[in-house]
Design a protein around this ligand. Structure first.
Ligand code: ATP
Ligand code: MG
Length: 421
């Protein structure tokens, strides 16, 4: 029979990689909670209009990358390509905008984008994201960047650098836009078809194009930082003071504009050199106009998205050791069906009290059971047969030291606890 394979650009994850996933998810949750962010869950699919309006009609995500489908009643939905638009919608829909400010949410979500798969880029990927709404000051930008930095530091990543930029606001953007369009008009011949299309409608997108020739044009383009209004200038410089004061190193990178339309003022990326062409581990910025764009109140917003697979690539590159699953403390080998039941009873009690224990469920020979105990690296092995059932005592052996002790069967938990301390 013909085999069915997974969809292109998706993945199956087994141990030991799954340990890295779980370790990252645990670290992310713990760190976000320390910063006072609470987790939020939203649907995996939304009406397509949410992303059209929230992410932007002229972005790659909306124009080329969305997975869409029509429901039985004719409504067109999209699998979420990112999390920000959904969280903003959920805040508006659930009346959270009137809660005490700032609102601080995080999420760990699967996102879907129809992209060309390569290392660090897949069609289904998991993103750790944060959203802070209702805080317009540079201290908010700093807090969000500091959270991303804390996760990266906690995961032990070293070859990673923070890049920051300011792309201005609706007050200073028009002037910059004029300068940019004029520059781009002079380089028409070097732009790809998509960029030629977007040049007049959304020229900033050209600066984010992945095409090599467009990238070269972007290199020489006018810089947003040279066209900031006094308020944006002050905001950016205050952010830098916060970062300096807290010892978070950064480089100012005028080429960062970010791929989604909703950004204003601060944009940033954490880039891990050497993990391949997809080196942006984390991307984020400020989006003060998004809430209104989605029919909500005027409310400042800032956040980031961090791709888990790219974090794993960076961890592998930096040689970070990933804590594996705990090994069993005890393996009970048994001989005969009666002993097998008693072994299961002891193991079940131990598990209920938080001990990682195993016993034979394969009816293997004693020799094969010992081999298995060795394979799973159990710290202790206890052998249970008819004689032990009768006497209520058995020999427990510490595998590493070969030390053997006879203990009462109802004292196994106490013995293990004593050995642990
Ligand atoms: P890129 O420039 O790599 O396409 P982007 O600007 O589209 O990134 P965002 O929408 O800001 O990315 O997403 C935030 C983060 O999510 C990225 O920095 C990256 O770590 C991760 N990410 C985005 N797209 C993918 C993907 N297709 N596969 C794996 N991770 C992704
Ligand atoms: Mg992208």
């Amino acid at each position: 029979m013909e085999k069915i394979t997974k969809p292109r650009g998706t993945m199956d994850v087994f141990a030991p990689d799954i340990f890295a996933w779980n370790y990252i998810e645990k670290t992310v949750r713990e760190t976000a909670e320390k910063y006072g962010f609470t987790e939020v869950k939203t649907p995996m699919f939304e009406e397509i209009g949410l992303f059209r309006r929230g992410v932007g009609e002229t972005t790659d995500v909306v124009q080329k990358e969305m997975y869409t489908f029509t429901d039985k009643d004719g409504t067109v939905f999209a699998l979420r390509p990112e999390g920000t638009a959904s969280v903003a919608r959920a805040i508006i829909e659930n009346g959270k905008a009137t809660d005490t400010l700032p609102l601080k949410y995080f999420y760990l979500i699967n996102c879907f984008r129809y992209e060309k798969p390569e290392a660090g880029r897949s069609r289904e990927f998991v993103q750790f994201g944060t959203e802070m709404f209702g805080a317009p000051s540079p201290g908010a930008d700093f807090t969000v960047i500091s959270l991303a930095n804390a996760v990266i530091t906690k995961l032990g990543l070293k070859n990673i650098r923070l890049h920051i930029n300011s792309i201005g606001c609706p007050a200073c953007r028009p002037k910059y836009r004029e300068a940019l369009v004029e520059y781009l008009r002079g380089h028409r011949d070097e732009l790809c078809d998509t960029c030629l299309d977007r040049m007049e409608s959304n020229p900033l997108r050209v600066l984010d194009c992945k095409n090599d020739s467009c990238k070269k044009v972007a290199e020489g383009a006018p810089r947003t930082v040279d066209h900031l209004c006094p308020e944006c200038e002050a905001h950016f410089s205050e952010l830098k003071s916060y970062l300096d004061a807290c010892g978070i190193e950064y480089v100012i990178d005028p080429h960062i504009v970010r791929g989604l339309d909703y950004y204003t003022r601060t944009v940033f990326e954490f880039i891990a050199e050497g993990i391949g062409s997809q080196s942006t581990v984390c991307g984020g910025g400020r989006y003060d106009g998004l809430m209104e764009q989605l029919g909500g109140p005027k409310m400042a917003g800032i956040g980031f998205g961090m791709g888990i697979t790219r974090l794993i690539l960076a961890m592998k590159q930096d040689g970070v050791e990933i804590p594996a699953l705990a090994v069993p403390e005890l393996y009970i080998a048994s001989m005969g069906p009666k002993a097998a039941v008693e072994a299961a009873r002891i193991v079940t009690d131990l598990r209920a009290s938080g001990v990682n224990a195993e016993c034979d469920i394969m009816s293997r020979s004693l020799k094969a059971q010992m081999k298995y105990a060795d394979k799973i690296a159990a710290r202790f092995v206890l052998i249970l047969g008819d004689a032990e059932l009768e006497s209520g005592r058995a020999v427990i052996r510490e595998m590493a030291s070969s030390e053997q002790t006879e203990i009462a069967l109802d004292a196994v938990a106490a013995y293990l606890a004593e050995k642990r301390s």
